[in-house]
Ligand binder design. Structure first.
Ligand code: FAD
Length: 410
């Protein structure tokens, strides 16, 4: 007879949302199985963290290990367009909380989080691909196949889907929903940057707007070991031709911006570039009988403001709080306590993402806002404090942004 393994909660995926959820559940005393398809360390994109997520890491008991890893400290975001620079310094933020974060290689970062979850008692199984679920009965059943094609059944009271781009439950339950955002494509790689410009700030994520196309932008995220992550993002019609030429296409894209071209003139492109297309996604239901969807498996917007890992960890925190009440036999309001609470931050980021691609928020950024009160509230959002409703730019994101745009465009 097939072996059936039991725990209170089964988590699909051991990325940031899965690992943080596992830590939080262990801290509340629940038994947890985490099923991860790959073996760590493994590459994932999403390397620039926001200060808000340091609070999530601390709550999960992972901050000490992350802080000790020697990652590049991150103090803010720097925007560049046609040689004009504007910096958003996170520590100028309006909200309470940490004012710095890190640039991390995710292979190492995710392994640290998984190790933290393991040390706190989570049972993480690597090389285990979830293939089907049965949530109709009181005991949820998750089927996973190991690398010898042997099938295993995991039984639990609840399933959290933290499978990121795998989108396991959205696919299996038919709750995938297209993103409202127009599809974007990207081409990226790690490089040995050899940057010698003394004015370059490794502690700030550099966002460059393409000199001619405002909906095309580049990230440059520098690590503590002399390497950087470089990527170009934009509508498929701009990015596909670069993707087709591989590393030469990435160099060509970089060379279209005179500042980046000079800054990275001595860079060595030693990795095979990677590409992603139409990476935004959404779900019709964030929860249902026996399950909730976390992180990228739920809604993912866009990389422009490095919000992905922060949203992922915040979703774990909110879902585990609600799940705890559920497992205690209470009757939590999932729509309010999980979905609406999570969407507060997602919707805030969404206004700024839309504003970036329409050009409106770029007008704000490059117009050099000097009003400290306004700047600190924008800095808060870009530092990830997108759930702090004390900030009027979070409480009424679109209305406030529209007013600010109108002022800057004058
Ligand atoms: C181009 C680009 C740039 C980005 N840059 C940033 C950035 O700078 N900062 C930032 O915060 N975010 C960034 N993001 C977003 C970031 O990548 C994600 O938000 C983040 O990784 C989400 O974490 P997660 O735990 O939800 O999913 P993931 O990190 O994707 O982890 C999911 C895990 O589930 C596993 N899995 C998948 N399918 C199965 C299965 N069937 N069975 C078992 N396991 C499975 C996977 O192997 C994986 O390990 C970027 C995204 C893109 C597209």
């Amino acid at each position: 007879m097939e072996e059936r393994l039991q725990a209170d909660v089964t988590i699909i995926g051991a990325g940031p949302s899965g690992a943080v959820a596992a830590c939080l559940l262990r801290r509340l005393g629940y038994s947890v199985h985490v099923l991860e398809r790959t073996h760590f360390p493994r590459f994932v994109i999403g390397e620039s963290l926001l200060p808000q997520c340091l609070q999530n890491l601390e709550k999960a008991g992972c901050l000490e290990a992350v802080a000790a890893a020697g990652f590049q400290s991150k103090t803010g975001a720097r925007f560049q367009h046609k040689g004009h620079f504007e910096s958003i310094v996170f520590d100028d933020k309006f909200s309470q909380g940490p004012g710095t974060a890190f640039h991390v290689k995710r292979a190492e970062f995710d392994q640290i989080l998984a190790q933290c979850a393991k040390e706190q008692g989570a049972d993480i199984m690597f090389g285990m691909t979830v293939t089907s679920v049965d949530l109709a009965t009181q005991q949820c059943q998750v089927e996973a196949v190991d690398e010898n094609q042997v099938s295993h059944i995991f039984e639990s009271k609840f399933v959290l889907d933290a499978s990121g781009y795998g989108r396991v439950l959205p696919r299996l339950l038919g709750i995938n929903k297209p993103s409202e955002l127009s599809p974007k494509s990207t081409l990226f790689s790690h490089i040995k940057d050899n940057i010698s410009d003394p004015d370059y700030r490794r502690a700030e994520t550099l966002i460059t707007t393409h000199p001619q196309h405002r909906d095309v932008w580049y990230w440059l995220i520098s690590f503590s070991d002399g390497t950087s992550s470089i990527g170009v993002v934009g509508p498929p019609e701009h990015i596909t031709p670069f993707q087709e030429q591989g590393i030469e296409g990435l160099k060509q894209a970089v060379n279209q911006d005179p500042y980046l071209s000079g800054l990275l003139g001595e860079a060595v492109y030693h990795d095979v570039p990677r590409q992603l297309n139409a990476y935004s996604g959404n779900v019709s239901d964030f929860w249902g009988d026996g399950f909730a969807v976390l992180g990228n498996a739920g809604e993912f917007l866009d990389p422009i403001f490095s919000s992905g890992v922060t949203v992922a960890m915040q979703s774990s925190d909110l879902a585990v709080r609600t799940l705890h009440r559920h497992l205690q036999g209470e009757n939590p309001d999932w729509d309010k306590e999980y979905v609406a609470a999570l969407r507060q931050g997602i919707e805030t980021f969404k206004c700024y993402v839309n504003g970036w691609y329409s050009g409106d928020f770029q007008d704000v950024i490059y117009s050099h806002v000097t009003n400290h009160s306004v700047k600190s509230k924008i800095a808060s959002i870009l530092a990830g404090y997108a759930w702090d409703v004390e900030n009027p730019y979070v409480a009424q994101p679109q209305k406030r942004l529209n007013a600010l745009v109108a002022l800057c465009q004058e």
